[in-house]
Design a protein around this ligand. Structure first.
Ligand SMILES: Cc1ncc(COP(=O)(O)O)c(C=O)c1O
Length: 353
């Protein structure tokens, strides 16, 4: 007999990193920023009149869009904002990937791409990576219904040069190419500079990493007016009021406070470069990270074992039990103090081996 259960959607969801509570935990598993947001962000939240919550927010999040427009030098109608870049990317998949041909994305990349493709019933093909986890350009020179590339890529931490992205764009004038730049502020080259040449390019960024605002859920996309108006049409066909008032006002302050942003990003880069050396001394190898995390592999001890022992010591890093990367750990760059604690624990774990 037919059952209502036959019509339930079967889907394998994305699994985010754990959010353990507990004050002594060192949390290096979700690529958050270890520093607080800019002081002006705190100020605006404290001054926010709770009474204003009785009204709906501005559907266009205008104060935030205006600040982004001034900061990045694009017109307001070339900017789209959403509830984290996950929301922006999901809208972009819905808005731009409507072909019968498969979309393309790297076989090792942000695992949400596959989940959205399944959710929105978009056919996809994963492109091969080289042995060293760099992307293969030729893999994107195939018929497709769209392309999404994280640059720098996650979890590998590798940034492809801008010429790579431009070659993909040159070959793919008939598709929308999304470049997910969640980590670009930590040393990658942004494809924003290519937007004047390619109106099929959408660059997506987030406030969750470099601007210390993962909890506020703010992401944005910059692209041609045609792409942005299509994104807005899709968003307004789904949920007009995506971004809440507090987030867009606080996000605006984060953008205006350029000096704080640059200072904290530089602090993370400095810690990262020091950590690269310390990890190598302990017998780890890793690609040259241009992100706020390292993707490390030990020459003797399996990643799963290190992961478990660190966890027992209250230090959370990310481990993916997936082909080709199941002997790697993705470790977010925390404060110097947190990284010293991690390195101390690693010495203990590896010393006993
Ligand atoms: C490559 C990549 N893209 C997008 C995101 C989503 O970030 P958010 O939704 O917090 O902006 C992440 C988060 O870790 C990421 O690693």
């Amino acid at each position: 007999m037919a059952s209502w259960e036959d019509n339930l959607r079967q889907i394998e969801p994305y699994v985010p990193g754990e959010q353990p509570q507990g004050k002594d935990i060192v949390k290096l598993n979700t690529n958050e920023n270890p520093y607080p947001p800019a002081p002006e962000v705190e100020k605006i939240i404290k001054e926010f009149k709770t009474e204003d919550l009785k009204k709906y927010p501005d559907t266009t999040a205008q104060p935030l869009v205006e600040a982004l427009s001034e900061y990045y030098g694009f017109e307001e109608n070339e900017i789209f904002v959403g509830v984290g870049s996950d929301d922006v990317l999901a809208m972009a998949f819905m808005a731009f990937f409507n072909s019968d041909k498969p979309i393309l994305f790297p076989e090792i990349s942000y695992s949400f791409y596959e989940v959205w493709a399944d959710l929105f019933r978009i056919p996809y093909t994963k492109t091969k990576l080289n042995e060293d986890f760099t992307l293969q350009k030729e893999e994107f020179f195939k018929e497709n219904g769209g392309i999404v590339i994280a640059n720098p890529n996650a979890p590998t931490s590798i940034a492809e040069p801008l010429e790579f992205i431009e070659d993909v764009l040159k070959y793919n004038q008939a598709s929308v190419v999304i470049v997910d730049e969640a980590y670009v502020d930590f040393g990658g080259n942004s494809a924003l500079s290519l937007l004047n040449k390619y109106n099929n390019l959408l660059v997506v960024q987030t406030f969750s990493k470099s601007r210390s605002m993962a909890g506020a859920r703010i992401g944005f996309a910059i692209g041609s007016k045609k792409l942005i108006s299509t994104l807005n049409a899709v968003k307004n066909s789904y949920n007009s009021y995506t971004m809440n008032m507090v987030s867009y006002l606080a996000g605006r302050e984060a953008v205006l406070n350029k000096a704080y942003f640059e200072d904290r990003v530089n602090a993370i880069i400095k810690t990262r470069e020091n950590c690269k050396k310390s990890f190598k001394e302990l017998g780890f190898t890793m690609p040259d990270s241009k992100t706020n995390f390292l993707f490390v592999k030990h020459d003797r001890v399996p990643a799963a074992e290190i992961y478990e022992k660190l966890r027992q010591a209250g230090i959370y890093v990310r481990y993916f039990k997936k082909p080709r990367i199941d002997n790697y750990l993705r470790i977010t760059i925390g404060t110097d103090e947190e990284m010293n604690k991690l390195l101390g624990e690693l010495k203990k774990i590896l010393g006993g081996k």
